[in-house]
Write a protein that binds this ligand. Structure first.
Ligand code: NAD
Length: 288
């Protein structure tokens, strides 16, 4: 593989930035990888495990001279970080983000960035329930989609170069309208996380079943279904606050379907349950 960017600055050193650092290093895709982390503990860990060539305690310092800047902080922090780094960006640099919501990040970031800097919002559809600088690994993005939501005036050459990096680290790249992205992800990621959190909450609130019993006798259904409820609370708080309309739309539909199934169970309508599960099984089996 060959170098795609000379200097990459990773802002926020958690699961996603850490995985990018490993993947770029393994592939020799950047001559230099630098990072910024807010907490001294994260900076110490990043230095200890050699995540970056240099770790800064200031985002403004970290982006100086960078050809690619990756904003990898929670969605609600993107705007403040963009405001802080904006005066220090190299002319011609590309700024991308990895936020799970796109329209609100564009609204928060784009107004801060100076002319001549290319902003290309993005979202890798890859993650785990783990967070922090130790959780990253090079293979996280392999064969996963990485959606870009370029702005109407995004520079095509800059988009192509970023796409080259995404493909080189093993992901599949596609482009999408930001609002449509937010609706698609509300169905495929955001609502399922909320429902998983709720299922654990329901188990926690049961008086006649203890938390210890839930943990000890967790059957495959509960275990598989609620794995994602171990995800980072800050990240997910921000996702729901910033993808409000689409999430509420999907949750409204979810509630309607749940009531329909609840009624079928109450009425003993086995045919309705069977038909519903047959239809949904066919769809689920199409997902690898
Ligand atoms: P993470 O918790 O592992 O890392 C986030 C980093 O941002 C941490 O180092 C944290 O200290 C730092 N941070 C938090 N608030 C900050 C602030 N106000 N200012 C500066 N730094 C701050 O999270 P992650 O999973 O790497 O997520 C990063 C971004 O990637 C988020 O926007 C998230 O929506 C997105 N994303 C996450 C996943 C996933 O499954 N985890 C998948 C795709 C995209």
């Amino acid at each position: 593989m060959s170098v795609i960017y000379d200097r990459v600055a990773l802002i926020g050193l958690g699961l996603i930035a850490g995985s990018m650092a490993h993947a770029m290093r393994d592939g020799g895709l950047a001559r230099e990888i630098v990072g910024y982390a807010r907490s001294a503990e994260t900076r110490d860990i990043a230095r200890e495990i050699g995540l970056c060539d240099e770790v800064f305690d200031s985002a403004a310092e970290a982006v100086k001279g960078a050809d690619l800047v990756v904003l990898a902080v929670p969605v609600g922090a993107m705007g403040d970080v963009a405001a802080e780094i904006a005066p220090h960006l190299k002319p011609g640099a590309t700024v991308t983000d990895v936020g799970s919501v796109k329209q609100s990040v564009i609204d928060a970031v784009a107004p801060h960035l100076p002319e001549g800097v290319h902003f290309i919002p993005g979202h890798p559809l890859a993650g785990t329930e783990h967070s922090g600088p130790r959780s990253g690994f090079a293979g996280l993005f392999r064969n996963r989609w990485w959606l870009l939501t370029p702005l109407p005036d995004s520079d095509e050459a800059a988009v192509q170069r970023l796409t080259g990096l995404i493909v080189a680290i093993g992901a599949k790249s596609d482009r999408m309208d930001p609002a449509h992205h937010d609706l698609v992800l509300a169905v495929t990621s955001h609502a399922p996380h909320l429902i998983a959190y709720t299922m654990v909450g329901v188990a926690d609130h049961l008086r006649r079943v203890t938390d210890e019993e839930v943990i000890q006798y967790s059957a495959a259904g509960f275990r598989d279904f609620t794995r994602i409820a171990a995800s980072d609370p800050t990240m997910w708080r921000d996702v729901f606050l910033h993808n409000k309309e689409a999430t509420l739309d999907i949750l409204g539909r979810f509630t309607e379907e749940l009531f329909m199934l609840q009624r079928a169970i109450r009425m003993g309508d086995g045919q309705q349950l069977f038909d519903y599960f047959t239809r949904t099984r066919a769809i689920r089996r199409g997902i690898i």
